[in-house]
Design a binder for this molecule. Structure first.
Ligand SMILES: Nc1nc2c(ncn2[C@@H]2O[C@H](COP(=O)(O)OP(=O)(O)OP(=O)(O)O)[C@@H](O)[C@H]2O)c(=O)[nH]1
Length: 194
């Protein structure tokens, strides 16, 4: 959200609905910017309450290289972050690239955690592993009235791995299975390959 010279939030609707995470940044050498950052955190909290959809926010005290001119203590930053339940970091955007990078990684992790919490059940994919003998037929278990798998005589459904652990899913046809060295990859329409 580029607030470009706005001290208080205005016309933020589209950002609020679009973003998966927010970095709220103040200058530690400016009490005014610290107070402004508080009103942005209020706005995010209000939006989350109204929409029942919360996106993580991280509070950053910037200009750590100017710490000798600080007007906001680290404890005050941490307390504000604690009030809104967000992570807090003090950084120097101009001097410490790695720390800033770490903060961005944290933001992505937080966004992923939030998405995983609220995500729908993950889609199923077809595995070539044999169904266990005691399992009911697929059609009965999943209500698939008429479904024919020509190349996979025994199939079972598995949950897709979460994106974080996802690996390439390969699907062999039964023909390829029988000729061990035959080409093995058969892509089925609608499959997601990570
Ligand atoms: N010393 C120091 N100066 C910084 C740091 N980060 C940004 N600045 C300076 O602070 C000033 C404002 O930086 P911007 O990135 O324009 O900040 P902004 O909040 O987006 O400002 P607006 O575009 O006016 O809203 C610039 O002069 C930057 O060079 C930092 O970590 N340390």
């Amino acid at each position: 959200m580029d607030t470009a010279d706005l001290d208080t939030p205005r016309n933020c609707e589209r950002y609020l609905n679009w973003a998966h995470a927010f970095l709220v940044v103040y200058s530690m050498d400016s009490r005014q910017s610290f107070e402004d950052s508080s009103s942005y955190l209020e706005l995010l909290a209000l939006h989350a309450k109204e929409t029942q959809r919360s996106s993580p926010a991280l509070l950053l005290g910037n200009k750590l290289d100017m710490a000798q001119y600080r007007q906001v203590t680290k404890a005050e930053g941490a307390a504000l972050a604690g009030k809104f339940g967000c992570l807090f970091f003090e950084v120097s955007a101009c001097l410490d690239f790695e720390h800033v990078q770490h903060v961005f990684h944290e933001a992505v992790r937080e966004a992923r955690r939030e998405l995983e919490k609220t995500s729908l059940p993950r889609p199923l994919f077809i595995s070539e592993e044999r169904a266990l003998p005691h399992q009911a037929p697929l059609t009965a278990r999943h209500g698939l009235a008429s479904c024919t798998f020509n190349t996979l005589p025994t199939v079972s459904l598995k949950e897709m791995p979460a994106v974080a652990q996802a690996k390439l899913v390969t699907v062999k046809s039964s023909r390829a299975q029988s000729k061990r060295k035959a080409p093995t990859l058969t892509l089925l329409k609608g499959f997601k390959i990570f």
